[in-house]
Design a protein around this ligand. Structure first.
Ligand code: S3P
Length: 165
């Protein structure tokens, strides 16, 4: 079905620390598609990690760079794209990512989200609750499929199976 529509990318969205990058790499192993991580590309190209970029240049700069990378990567085929948790909330980013992909929303309880090295997550559970309130309906609207991440291997295998259905 996806072959007929030229859909060759898997895009992974969801809250920061929900396991998007790890799942992307795991699906890459089972599928043979390459995995790319938008945050990692931004870090490579700026020579700074995400916390440093927020601290030295501010969030607006980060969002601009994120948009530029997504616009470029969205045009490529046959890849697993792990996004930063805020990227899909921008409608232009959504369109860039959606053109040849199926989008998967990874769900995970807020108290289980990884917070290390994440500037927006450092405010604790209350901040994460606010982010979740602002975002969850957008994640739901943009996703083609939602899945709980309670186990990396199983979640990855389920996504790969669903993609091929
Ligand atoms: C962000 C999530 C981060 C990173 C940046 C902003 C967000 O990525 O892009 O810190 O707005 O939720 P992860 O979702 O990989 O943590």
């Amino acid at each position: 079905e996806n072959l007929k529509k030229n859909i060759s990318n898997i895009v992974i969205i969801g809250m920061p620390g929900s396991g998007k990058t790890t799942i992307g790499k795991e699906i890459s192993k089972i599928s043979g598609k390459k995995s790319v991580d938008i945050d990692e590309i931004i870090e490579r190209e700026t020579g700074k990690d995400i916390s440093q970029i927020f601290r030295d240049y501010g969030e607006e700069y980060f969002r601009q760079k994120e948009k530029e990378v997504i616009s470029r990567i969205g045009k490529e085929n046959n890849q697993i794209i792990s996004t930063g948790g805020g990227s899909i909330l921008d409608y232009e980013n959504y369109l860039s990512l959606k053109q040849n992909s199926r989008i998967y929303y990874i769900k995970r309880p807020l108290d289980k989200l990884a917070v290390d090295g994440r500037p927006l997550s450092s405010g604790g559970i209350n901040v994460l609750e606010k982010l979740y309130e602002q975002r969850h309906s957008l994640y739901e609207n943009f996703a083609d499929f939602e899945i709980d991440n309670d186990n990396i291997e199983r979640t990855s295998a389920d996504i790969w199976r669903e993609f091929n259905e």
